[in-house]
Design a protein around this ligand. Structure first.
Ligand code: MV4
Length: 446
């Protein structure tokens, strides 16, 4: 059994992991950079060790350093959270090699799902629908043009090593292919050290729907409903919800079964997410699999009543998936607004600085996952997420009105935040009607 967990992360997710560990009675070790010495994850963990300078590459990404801290503090497991080392198969392997439990799937699954072309090929073989596209990696412009003619325009070029929208190019006509192919390859070569590309038919006005799964070490997989994540700006999700306003019982079961099939095809264990695109005609297509706990996991927790972090840790501890998990009942509707320290009136420019006044909202159906407090200085070295406000209601309308009420109650002074932008989206009639797709914010007037 796990005796102590090292948390290889910071911010709100480090706190979320500490909370789960406390409830499970497992002691924790925080690691932190010099920029985070006054952070709450350092205070709330049982032990804390400084691992380097502010820059991520000098601290939260220092693999051997983190392993050493685990050894020195007698931690026997590492929780990577999201971002940083969470989907680094080399790090997961290094944990294994040093007899530490990596709280996530095995390294070979992380690697396999990190290669988006291989993930695609795996899903085709497993019988999970994928977007029409290439079976093989495209290496030259002649093949790219030939494939696009075959698939028919518009198409989308994607980096094999990409994901989350990096290294992607939409190509609407043959004349744009040469330029798009070479710039996408160059971008991928610089960003991932891997220029390999593949191609798909472009799906327009689609929705991003993802399915939460949990798998134990014995081949049991459960799905826990879907999250609607179409409200995003430049591949940064802003508002997530569960259930999706367009997914009914039948579609939920269909997508859920595809997600379980996808997970079984790779022998998945731990918490994970299978991402799908849902087109106008409600056809579903596998897009990617994320081998980590995600930022937006709380909306699923609110509607299922399941503590995903505790279940993820129990799985790492070798427990079987509890029987009741597969019989989950969705209760009501949950929304999450990601609150960032950025100025929506100034093109979302980051707004680091000191928070001089802070008040988190409360009341019925209201949860705020945040690491900030009055007097906290937001470091400029990391992402600008200040916290996540989650509301739960008996239905979508109640979750929305609770969110509006809770955003109004929130006091964050000293920095600009994305709150006014959230308030504008929540007022939008199309949003309120559940009528939107992934390009919703492109022509949203703020
Ligand atoms: C697509 C697509 C349309 N057609 N693939 C974006 C992130 C990465 N997971 C893949 N993405 C997309 N792939 C085809 N064939 C549109 C997107 C996309 C997107 C997907 C989900 C949420 C937001 C998005 C924003 C822009 C593009």
């Amino acid at each position: 059994m796990i005796k102590k967990i090292l948390i290889a992360n910071r911010g709100e997710i480090a706190l979320r992991i500490i909370r789960a560990c406390k409830e499970l009675g497992i002691p924790t070790v925080a690691v932190y950079s010099t920029a985070d010495s006054l952070s709450l994850h350092v205070r709330f963990a049982d032990e804390a060790v400084c691992i380097g300078q502010a820059k991520s590459s000098a601290s939260y990404l220092k693999q051997s350093q983190i392993i050493s801290v685990a050894e020195i503090t007698n931690a026997d497991a590492i929780h990577p959270g999201y971002g940083f080392l969470a989907e680094n198969s080399e790090f997961a392997q290094m944990c294994e090699d040093n007899h530490l439990i990596f709280i996530g799937p095995p390294p070979k699954i992380i690697k396999q799902m990190g290669d988006k072309a291989e993930a695609r090929a795996t899903m085709i073989k497993a019988g999970v629908p994928v977007i029409p596209g290439t079976e093989d990696v495209i290496t030259n412009i002649q093949d790219a043009k030939k494939m696009a003619d075959h698939i028919t325009y518009p198409v989308i070029l994607k980096a094999v090593a990409g994901g989350g929208g990096r290294g992607m190019r939409i190509v609407r006509e043959p004349g744009q292919m040469e330029e798009a192919f070479s710039t996408a390859r160059e971008e991928a070569r610089i960003a991932f050290g891997n220029p390999a590309m593949y191609m798909e038919k472009l799906l327009e006005e689609a929705r991003h729907i993802e399915v939460q799964i949990l798998g134990d070490n014995y081949g049991n997989i459960a799905y826990l409903g879907e999250r609607e994540c179409s409200i995003q700006r430049r591949h940064q999700k802003l508002i997530e919800e569960s259930p999706s306003p367009v997914v009914d019982e039948n579609l939920r079961e269909k997508i859920g079964k595809f997600a379980v099939k996808a997970a079984k095809a790779v022998g998945y264990s731990s918490a994970g997410t299978v991402e799908f695109l849902l087109d106008k005609n409600k056809n579903v297509y596998f897009m990617e699999m994320n081998t980590r706990i995600q930022v937006e996991h709380p909306v699923t927790e609110m509607v299922t009543g399941i503590d995903l972090l505790k279940e993820q840790i129990n799985i790492a501890n070798g427990l079987h998936l509890p029987k009741w998990l597969k019989k989950f009942k969705l209760r009501g509707h949950a929304l999450e607004c990601r609150i960032n320290a950025e100025d929506p009136y100034k093109n979302f420019r980051p707004s680091p600085g000191k928070i001089v006044a802070f008040h988190a909202p409360g009341g019925p159906g209201t949860r705020m996952d945040t690491h900030v407090y009055a007097g906290y200085e937001i470091p400029s070295s990391y992402d600008s997420l200040l916290g996540k406000l989650i509301t739960h209601g008996k239905d979508r309308a109640e979750a929305i009105s609770r969110m509006e009420r809770a955003l109004e109650e929130t006091i964050i002074e000293g920095v600009s935040t994305s709150i006014p932008f959230h308030q504008a989206i929540l007022k939008d009639p199309e949003f309120r009607a559940g009528n939107f797709h992934i390009d919703f914010l492109k022509d949203f007037k703020f």
